[in-house]
Design a protein around this ligand. Sequence first.
Ligand SMILES: NC(=O)c1ccc[n+]([C@@H]2O[C@H](COP(=O)([O-])OP(=O)(O)OC[C@H]3O[C@@H](n4cnc5c(N)ncnc54)[C@H](OP(=O)(O)O)[C@@H]3O)[C@@H](O)[C@H]2O)c1
Length: 335
Amino acid sequence: MRAWILNETKGPSSYELGEVNTPEPATGEVRVRLRTSALNHLDLWTSMGLPAPKSFPHITGADGAGVVDAVGDGVEWVAVGDEVVIDPSIGQGPQTEHIPYGGHLGIVGEHQWGTLAEYIVLPASNVVAKPTTIGWEEAGAYGLVTGTAYRMLNRARLQSGDLLLVVGVGGGVSSAGLSLGIAMGAEVWVTSTKPEKIDRAIELGAAGGFDSTGEFASELKSRTGRAATVILENVGGATWKQSMRVLGVGGRLVTCGSTAGPKVEITIPVLFFKHHEIIGSTMFDREDFKAVTDMVGKGSIPVHVDKVFGFDEFPAALAHLESGAQLGKVVISHD
Ligand SMILES: NC(=O)c1ccc[n+]([C@@H]2O[C@H](COP(=O)([O-])OP(=O)(O)OC[C@H]3O[C@@H](n4cnc5c(N)ncnc54)[C@H](OP(=O)(O)O)[C@@H]3O)[C@@H](O)[C@H]2O)c1
């Protein structure tokens, strides 16, 4: 099959279009012929060896949707011809209330071959029926970021009436956080490095927005008279100081990433005097994925598809993601 292959991890230019053997489903597995996939920042990290794949050749890509074209023994609830969406969490441990799979979590495209290929083989429990109400582009796009943002907001106990600040709204996780925050009844404010993305976020229902590189803590307080009760972060070093400054008493900052810097400073007395909670969150479990699939299928949350590229245009799609020009998901059409 054709696939975008990594044989080394020297950065995004390491990807090459090549041929590998089409995988066969083993017991309990299904093979999906992909119609669409979508990029995540993970595809950039993996190409830089952060983390390095266990073996080469490696195929990245966590998100995708397509049609089941073969099933292994023992698969009874999925059949050839089913239209499905891929759940990118690979569970390797027991479920616990707060930590998916007890922390023994894998990701499609990181811990096994991913969706930047004609076919993917994965456990049958990793596919759900594609909602009939959405197209292939949306189906291939919402998975990883919406599941991640959903779990983050639930971990932060977001309630109707909360003031939610979404940092770096152009990103996949953050744009999903915007939609989910609005659907959950929060007053959502955003930050971005690009004024046009703030305008777009306001069209989508945000109350307003600020420059991510500016003094957004004082700006939010002067415009709303309030501090943030919940902050969805994944930018990290570049925005952390302002985010912590705008978090109110009893506020929760939930983070899943550190795109712009993994090291930050914490002023401990501020943390305890303000009763702050800093919450780490990674991925999600099957129940979360079913919940977001249901919400997407019912139209309760929009899927933000920024741009669609052809399969052979993957390098341009990756460059688009790396440039930060997108609001939402960069999708690959496999047709
Ligand atoms: N732990 C998990 O389970 C998990 C799951 C998904 C993602 N992640 C992590 O979360 C992060 C976001 O992932 P993604 O796929 O949503 O990324 P993405 O689509 O590439 O978005 C990144 C966004 O971050 C903002 N940003 C980047 N550098 C910045 C800087 N120097 N200053 C201010 N803002 C900056 C930009 O927002 P604007 O364009 O609005 O300025 C950019 O669009 C990544 O680090 C990823 O590895 C973790």
